[in-house]
Design a binder for this molecule. Sequence first.
Ligand code: SAM
Length: 283
Amino acid sequence: MTSSLPSDGSGPPPSALGRTAHAGYHDVPDAEGGRAGRSWWDANAEEYTGEHGDFLGAADFCWCPEGLREKDARLLGEVTGRRVLEVGAGGAQCSRWLVGQGAHVVATDVSAGMLDVAAALDRKTGARVPLVQADARSLPFADGTFDAAFTSFGAIPFVPDAARIHREVARVLRPGGTWTFSVTHPVRWSFPDDPSLRGLTADRSYFDRRPYVETDAAGHVVYAEYHRTLGDHVRDVVAAGLALTGVVEPAWPADNAQVWGGWGPVRGAYLPGTAIFRTYRPD
Ligand SMILES: C[S@@+](CC[C@H](N)C(=O)[O-])C[C@H]1O[C@@H](n2cnc3c(N)ncnc32)[C@H](O)[C@@H]1O
């Protein structure tokens, strides 16, 4: 899911900033914003995993901070014997669960640091997930390789050109193959990244697409997160030749008390936090 730092433009406390000198919403060159994802996740892989690893589990498939799990949701359908691609896999927890279900999985991520976490979890669990370092915008696989592809909050929020991800995924899917991806629910962009009641007052335009950006003292982008409206996501998917079959908006379950950045039970009672898009490549 997103940076553990608040993306409300006020900026995190200096102790949490590391290299970050400024945080806010403003346009940056696409190349710089798209590149920042890799180094940010390399630098923060261990801290992120330390903070969220227990909730994610080592071999569990969690779609979102609401805690929707694939074992209950079955958004990928039958996976046994299927060739499945995970993009932006992070610690590859989802892929590890799929291996346990008999799927033939490849987990990819742009960050070597996150793939190191995945390898460590393999050693810990005894599972073996094939790991490939790859930017989701340029996948090193032949056309039509996979029956299904997915990501749980990976890659898409961190690139300025998500349409490229959808095109690449469409290319490596066989006809009829599915692409399922979870992202921050688009309405969340209008609200401060605050899990308390204070986070329930909209203070930004839903239509403001400027990314949330953290820069270092020299003005270099160290973190960028991109907003897309609901219509933007649909347009990108359709332009990639994919067909949209549904959008899942998980409700906040009464038994989930955990807070993850701006997500939590207080706001979850009022606002959706996650959107999961279900698409497929037509024949
Ligand atoms: C919030 S994590 C999601 C991973 C995992 N599902 C989880 O919930 O922790 C985001 C992941 O996207 C990866 N990522 C960011 N930009 C990417 C890109 N351009 N291509 C592939 N992966 C990318 C990051 O390295 C990170 O592992």
